[in-house]
Structures are given as C-alpha cells and as structure tokens.
Design a protein around this ligand. Sequence first.
Ligand code: ADP
Ligand code: MG
Length: 657
Amino acid sequence: SESSEKYEFQAEVTRLMDIVINSLYKNKEIFLRELISNASDALDKARFKGIKEKNFLDTKKELEVRISYDKEARTLTIADSGVGMTKTELVENLGTVAKSGTTNFMENLGGEGDADLSMIGQFGVGFYSIYLVSEKVTVASKSNDDETQNVWSSQADGSFVVAPDPRGNTLGRGTEITMYLKDDASEYLDDYKIESLVKRYSEFITFPIYLRKTIEEVVAADEDEEDEYEYEDGEEEDLDEDEEEEEEEEEEEEEEEEGEESKKDTRVKGEAVDKSKVPDDHNPDPESPHDPTIKREIKKFEWVRANDNVAIWARDKEDVTSDEYKEFYRNLAKDGTTSNNWIHFKAEGEVEFKGILYIPDEAPHDMYDKFYEKDAKIRLYVRKVLITDDFDELVPQYLNFLRGVIDSDDLPLNVNREGLQQSKVLKVMGKKLVRKAIEMVRKLANADADWEPDEDDKDEKGTVKKSPYMRFWDQFGKSLKLGVIEDSANRSKLTKLLRYKTSKSGEEGWRSLEEYVADMKEWQTNIYYIAGESMEALESSPFLEKLKKKGLEVLYLIDPIDEYAMQQIMEFDGKRMMSVTKEGLKFGDEDEDLVAAREKAYKAKFLPLTTYLKDAYGTKISKVVVSSRVETSPVVIVTGQWGNSANMERIMRAQAL
Ligand code: ADP
Ligand code: MG
C-alpha cells in the first residue's frame, strides 16, 4: 500500500537472521522463551508506567499475554498488552539499530551449523530466534505514544516493511506477533506442546498467560456417518448447563478479537481415513486423540491460564519443587548458568519481604576482573511490580555473585532509584539479605561433613567431583575473603567459612580454622600462618623447621588476598593469628626461665658475629639477633612485628606495576 515503507536490516542483523533461519539447531523451541521474555519485559514497563502516569493503562486495562494458533493458516500468535512500540521503535528495535551483541553472538556461535543458539537471549538479540520456526513474521504494535497501530513484517530476506495496520487499532496497547510457521514446525500447532513449553518458560512471569485451547468433541466413529451429520448442524445439545453458561461469558469477552475465527468453530477435524489401513477388528476409541477413525469437531475455543497465579517466591517453599527452583533460576539469570543452591525466605519484623537468593554453580570466567564494577543481579519487586532488575546498593560488592528476587510490600510503589538509595527500609533489607546469603553459604559448608557423593557427583569418567562446598569455594572463595576485609559486621561469620591449605591439609585438602583449633596442641595458644607464592615454596621454608618438629600446624596463605584478610582477622576463637616470619615468635611450650638463661649465654657468645653482621648490612636491616626459631638452617631473615611481611612486600610491588 501507499503508506507502507520498506527498510533494509542493518547488515549484521541480516547475517544473523540468515544463520538463524538456516540453522539445523534442534532446540528450536527456545523462540517461545524469548518471546515470552520480551512480552514480560514490555508488561513490566507498562505496569511501572501505570503507577507513575495516571490513565496510562486506560488504553488496555488488563496486563496479560495471550497465545493462540490457527492450524489451517499455520500461524502461531503471541499478544501482550505491554508498552508496545511506536513506528520508530518498530523500525529501530527490530532491525535497523545495531546491537553490540549481534556480532558477539555470531562470533560465539563460531559458524557451526548445530552451534548452541539457546544463548541468543543473552546477547540482546533474542527476538530473531523467531526465525528458527517461522518463514514469515508480522509484528503489530500499538504504543500510547503513537496514534497509529503499525505492522512490521519480514520474511528474513534482508528487508522488512512497516505499514499502518489495515485492521486499525485492534490492540488498544501492546504487541501482537504472528508467526507463519515453517513446514517442519507443525508441532507448535498443538495445545499440549504449547502449554508445556509455556509452563516451562513462564515461571517467573507475574502476568497471566492465557492459551486459547480447542475444545473438541467426538463426532462419530468413522463407520457411523449419520451422527456426524447431526453435529455438523452446529447443535450443541449435549453440553451440560454449567458449561453452556461458561461458554456464553467467554464468547462475550472474545467477540472483538475473534469475530472471524468463531465462524470456523464447527469444522470437522482430521483427514479422510484410508480404510485399507485400519485393521478389520479395530475398535474405535473416542478417548484417544490419535485414533484416525474418530471424527472430532472443534466445538469452541477456551482461554485457559497456563502459568501459576502465584509468583514462585510468594509460594510456600514446601510446595515448590527443586526443578521449579532451578528453572526459575535459569529464567532469572538468562545467561545459560545453572544453580543448585538457593535460599527461599520470608523476612519478618521491621521490614517484611519475601525472596529467593541463588548462588550460581559457576562464576563467570571474568568474575574477578573489574570486580567492583559488577553487581549482584537481584530483581526488586514492590507488590509484584518490578522496580529494578539490577539494584546495586542492596548488598555489598563482595556478594555480587548472588542472583535472586525480592518482593516487599513495605516500600512505596512510586519510588525512583534515587529515592530507593536513600530509603531506610532498603538498608534494613540489605542487612537481612546479607545475613540470608551468609546463612546459605554456612549451610552449604556444614552439609559437607555428611556429604556422600551420588551419581550426580561423578563426571563422565566416573571420577567423584569435589564436595558441594569445595566446588563453591573454588568458584567464590575469593569473594568471602573480600567480605572478611570489607564487612566488619559479619567478619567473624565469614572467617568461619574460609578454607586454607596447611601443613596438614595435603595437596588436595582444605582446612577450616575450626578444624585447626580442634587439632591444636594442648599448650598451643596461637594460630600460625606463613604467606608465600605457592604451597611448594612454603613446604620447604626454613621458618617451618621448628614448627614441624613440634608438630604444629601452619596455615599456608598462597592467595595474595589471604594476607590482607589475615590482617583483619587478627584472632580466631580467642587464639592470636601469628605469622611465623615475624620476630618474637613464641610457641607456648617454652620454659621461660630456661629460655632466658640460654638466650643470654648465646647472645654473649655470638656478640662478635652479630655486631659484624649489623655493620656489614648497615641500614638494610634493623637488627641482628640470636634466635631459637630455626632447627637446621643457620640464618633466617624475619620482618618486624609491625612491618609488612616479605610476601606482602612482594604483592605490593606487583600491584604497583
Ligand atoms: P532484548 O529483549 O534483549 O532487548 P530482543 O531481540 O529480544 O532483545 O528484543 C529487541 C527489542 O525489541 C527489545 O529490547 C524491545 O525494545 C523490542 N521488543 C521486542 N518484543 C517486544 C514486545 N513484545 N513489546 C515491546 N517491545 C518489544
Ligand atoms: Mg529479549
């Protein structure tokens, strides 16, 4: 038509669409996840605007998603009453404005035919997954900011068209996406298939998702053709009264949207039966939807809600299955990661809120680069309205690996970001969240004692993986150390969660401070540690000679951050943390008088040597003393009690570069 305009897709987008439409990728159903996720985003925005702008929602009051299909036309339609798109937004969002993710995504795919396309959503180009199953797509959209309802359409041939919708404004507000399915995508023209997919992908969606289901009735077994006639008159006398009432109500609601479709309601479904293929002794089975001798008639359509009424975090935890939690995490994280650790809680008292926090199974590979620029991804809802999905002030930086959702009734709905930051309520919430997070980690750590590996804990070769807490420690141990440094209020709780290599841990093992203390010598009063580059280097250190002889355990601080953390810990369970490389080292089993007498004698005896050495080294050292700390080495260089250790100086030099 005259007012339709043709646009070229941005070049990278064309390439992406080519890849998607020709892909042999098996898991094509992810397109539905992407579309539901986009609908949900648009509805979140509408709900949020509805709070700020009076009358915003008047253009369409219900916030919802409706999914339907038409078997004859081979179309699948998903409509939402979200914010919709203006004409300009249709042109920009769906094709002309490049997203940085487009190229990244294609690089990530690496050009292989069966590459993992399910990552598409993470790169901000999820919409185009629609071409996994569609040969043509139309997107009708109505925004409050555009008088006209427009239609975008494309067959993925490098261009798209945008025109005013010839039907006029049918949506009120929102977006209606119609997919013309490819020949090999017929499976989506099926109630059961759609329903199970929607259930899987909509766990975190707080808006109702309705499916238009077909209500079919058995017309007749093939042999009995008379019956069929009666029904084709459109009589529905066998419906009971209740059903009839229900039906009337529904039809009223649907009238506008479905004017045309309702005419098709009395088609007879199924193809002509080739009787030669049906065995003679076949008993028609009206219960079986697949019996070819049974003729069915589509009596009517019915909108059925497919997702739960209650958001997962608002449900009782006893009623939520592990699989539901895991799937919710996948929907929430949207980055292909999984989680097996979560805490679902209801905080009461000063501020009330519900929430679920998750620890991902794996840290992103760049987790500790630019650590302080990364934020925990916690979605904040106020009375089910999504306020923000990456609120960074909620928990301290060291907990930035957390994912989750919290919902509170105690915040005003019309808070803005700035208001939130100042809100006292939020500070209280933050504190409670930190406590919950630490509790979750503590439970994970405590469970390790009783851990028995099962089949899930073995890899393909049958080797047993590390215990759950050790897997966590591998991924996020550094975060806890940062916590010890940063969070003085929770320092002692966090310190208990630390693990160390020690002179007793062995190559593979890790020890907690509690274990260290439990195994201490009766007369031992300090916890000993030594910092250095590697376990190997430390094992052979002359500083350990005496301690080994006495059977004392020594913590090996081999991560640069360990020593910073140790400076904050100072003591544990009443025992002082003591570096074995600093002066004044005591073990607690000495006979003080005897030691003093001996020291005095040796001091006198070696005075010429110590004087000579002090002269020789001059200001490079502060003093030379006779010491009893080494067993076989003639000399060690130690640091003053208040100075930096040699290891710390090494680290500081490295950081200064
Ligand atoms: P992303 O969702 O990561 O932004 P997509 O490729 O899925 O990337 O979607 C591209 C953009 O198209 C969205 O950011 C949004 O602006 C727009 N869009 C897609 N679907 C809808 C919808 N149902 N309602 C409103 N806008 C939409
Ligand atoms: Mg998307």
